[in-house]
Design a protein around this ligand. Structure first.
Ligand code: ADP
Length: 432
């Protein structure tokens, strides 16, 4: 800058000296004309450079402008440097902004930024999905005009954001439970965070149902047991009658024991998230054990056929596999009326998958129940299940064991004709 100024002063001095010399030799007019001529040279030069500067500024390419020599060089150079630095800074800020947006977009939670009038300044795509918003369309719209749920409007108007708000039946198919909370920031603006708690809510409901079911299942035998105990304690009973009461008490105690055992089995299976071990479980041994247990349970009331079409073993946890297979066999025995037929088959299909199938000529199951049979405590016929010592947990256990062995439980049933329960085991889980 200083050198530019000194060059300017130098030109003025030169103009003075030349006009003075001309004035002394040729008179006033020529001296003034020479001075004006010399001074107008840098003016014209400056005008030309200013015009160039204007053109480059208009095209937003000042930093590419070739530097003029002379007086304007330093000024333009500094201008160019300033603009370059500014652009670089702007680029960095834009990059930071993009990073923030990317981070907010990557969040599994919905995020909405609201200005002081609750107008949407920005929202991420999760929030768009939760509320059916389209940011490009809804930017700067008041959020309470777009989300018309009374509890939400009340929450916003109350301006009391210490507690989160739970809204159910939200989302595109009204199936989501959303927990949201507004956090103040800046000047009277708010960040609205929305969390999808649908699964948590479901798990909570399931836990409540489960506790209620277990209590209910336990209360009945306990009540019956206590009733018998009171009777035996307070009445003088004949030995025969007392023995009969003891037998009934035993069966109630047995029912509680089975329930607790099944609950523990289920809890252990659920707690174990690792796939099952790959011990070799011989199919012949399994089938022999199943046949013994089946005959003992049936007490000769059913006709059994055991088909072993393959000698291939199963790679898995022997105790779990036996428990799953015997659950299916015992269900067939318990639900098939006396004289019915039960077929138990182990084979390997064309795709090399193992198939363990239990077919019975029992009452069958209507199709609307099929998808729910593996739910805990789901029963088609409550009294039949209880009368035969069922806990309502058998198929839930089978399903867990199947999934730990990457196997599939398939159920086919025709009411009045019978059912087939099949466990399909992947070829990777079969040994020689
Ligand atoms: P449960 O202890 O009641 O037998 P499960 O989980 O083993 O519980 O079975 C769930 C329900 O599925 C049973 O209550 C019964 O209604 C039905 N079910 C299971 N196996 C059979 C079968 N072989 N024939 C008819 N119904 C069956």
């Amino acid at each position: 800058m200083i050198s530019a100024l000194s060059r300017f002063i130098l030109i003025i001095c030169v103009a003075f000296i030349v006009s003075f010399i001309v004035l002394a030799n040729w008179g006033n007019e020529w001296g003034i004309a020479a001075g004006i001529f010399i001074l107008s040279i840098p003016l014209i030069y400056s005008y030309i450079n200013l015009a160039r500067l204007g053109r480059y500024i208009q095209n937003d390419s000042l930093e590419n402008m070739p530097l003029p020599s002379g007086l304007w060089e330093e000024i333009f150079f500094r201008l160019q440097r300033l603009i370059k630095n500014l652009k670089q800074r702007m680029g960095q800020i834009e990059q930071q902004h993009d990073h923030f947006i990317e981070a907010f977009q990557a969040s599994p939670n919905g995020i909405v930024m609201l200005d002081e009038n609750d107008q949407i300044e920005w929202c991420n795509s999760i929030a768009e999905h939760f509320f059916g918003l389209i940011f490009k369309r809804d930017a700067m719209q008041r959020i309470n005009f777009l989300i018309r749920r009374p509890e939400f409007i009340h929450y916003l108007n109350r301006r009391h954001f210490d507690e989160p708000l739970l809204i159910e039946r939200m989302g595109p198919d009204s199936s989501l439970s959303l927990m949201m909370q507004a956090f103040p920031f800046g000047q009277n603006r708010h960040l609205l965070l929305i969390q999808n708690v649908t699964d948590l809510q479901k798990a909570d409901a399931m836990r409540r149902d489960f506790v209620a079911n277990v209590s209910h299942e336990m209360r009945t035998p306990i009540t019956v047991l206590m009733g018998f105990l009171e009777t035996v304690q307070s009445l003088e009973l004949a030995k025969e009658q007392r023995d009969q009461y003891f037998e009934m008490m035993m069966s109630q105690a047995q029912r509680m024991k089975s329930l607790v055992e099944d609950l523990l089995t289920l809890a252990n299976l659920e707690a174990n998230t690792q796939p099952a071990v790959t011990n070799v479980v011989k199919s012949e041994t399994l089938m022999a054990l199943l046949r013994n247990d089946a005959e003992a349970l049936s007490k000769g009331k059913h006709q059994f056929s055991f088909e072993i079409d393959s000698t291939q073993s199963i790679l898995g946890d022997e105790r779990e596999i036996l428990s799953a297979f015997s659950n299916l066999v015992s269900n067939a025995i318990r639900y098939t009326p006396d004289g019915g037929k039960i077929n138990v088959k182990w084979s390997v299909n064309h795709q090399g998958q193992g198939e363990f199938a239990v077919s019975d000529t029992g009452p069958g199951i209507a199709s609307e129940h099929l998808s729910r049979l593996t739910e805990r405590f789901y029963r088609v016929d409550r009294s039949r299940s209880r009368d035969t010592g069922g806990t309502g947990l058998g198929l839930a256990i089978v399903k867990h064991i199947a999934s730990r062995h990457q196997a599939q439980l398939m159920i086919e049933s025709t009411p009045g004709k019978g059912s087939t329960f099949m466990l399909r085991i992947p070829r990777e889980r079969l040994g020689n």
